[in-house]
Design a protein around this ligand. Structure first.
Ligand SMILES: [Zn+2]
Length: 238
């Protein structure tokens, strides 16, 4: 690609025009991976962004890995540039409520407000409304599912990273437990988790995994509003 650009001014001009007209650089677009045929995993990072999320984004960029961030609305409002840059880098941004309340303890109007305020902060940062939500603590009921108005994407590999805060243990857990179609729950608010990401990527790459966003994991299926999913293992038919 680079050599052709050098040797052909016409191609270079066309490429430059195409890139300039695209909101996301071509290199940042998620890879076209068919998770029905190859081993896929969706790494998900919850509860941020925090200042350390920048370090995580650098690691993901260096390793050419796409992930999904379930951000808390008030943190997105505090660090909008981090959310914007994550989105521009090809990561998916999901709604994880406004302030991480247990939504099953709130009335319908407050649940709706938790989602809509977070949507507004994310849209302000990225220009896009999230296509999925994740309920704090994975706690949901009929009111929460109705208010979400989108699929609820939870997880199948519960790393308990928030409890152990142990980088080596986290790498071992994810490396050993992950199966094709899994969704891994991680928290970028913990330094020990961000420290573990290079090792997690190395361990899963060695097992042949491709790193995809949540939307890619379920493609080409479209999840319905209010549906709760934990993984997409059934789709994997190599
Ligand atoms: Zn959370």
């Amino acid at each position: 690609m680079h050599r052709r650009l050098v040797t052909s001014a016409v191609v270079a001009a066309v490429c430059a025009t195409t890139l300039a007209g695209t909101a996301t650089p071509a290199s940042a677009a998620p890879r076209n991976v068919d998770c029905r045929k190859v081993r896929c995993v969706a790494l998900t990072f919850d509860d941020g962004p925090v200042t350390d999320t920048r370090r995580l984004l650098r690691t993901l960029k260096e390793r050419d890995v796409r992930a999904t961030f379930y951000v808390v609305g008030k943190n997105a409002q505090r660090y909008p540039a981090t959310v914007r840059d994550a989105s521009l880098a090809g990561h998916q941004i999901g709604n994880h409520s406004w302030d991480h309340a247990d939504l099953t303890k709130l009335g319908a109007a407050k649940v709706a407000s938790q989602f809509s305020r977070a949507d507004a902060a994310i849209k302000q940062a990225t220009g896009k409304k999230p296509t999925t939500v994740r309920a704090p603590y994975g706690a949901h009921d009929a009111t929460v599912r109705a208010a979400a108005g989108r699929p609820l994407v939870h997880w199948s590999v519960d790393t308990l990273d928030w409890k152990y805060r142990d980088t080596a243990r986290l790498i071992r857990t994810v490396g050993a437990q992950t199966r094709p179609g899994d969704i891994v729950l991680l928290h970028d608010i913990h330094r020990t988790t961000v420290d573990a990401v290079p090792g997690i990527i190395t361990a899963l790459t060695a097992r042949g995994f491709h790193f995809v966003t949540v939307d890619q994991l379920f493609a080409p299926a479209r999840l319905s509003a209010g549906k709760v999913v934990h993984h997409n293992r059934a789709a994997y038919r190599p």
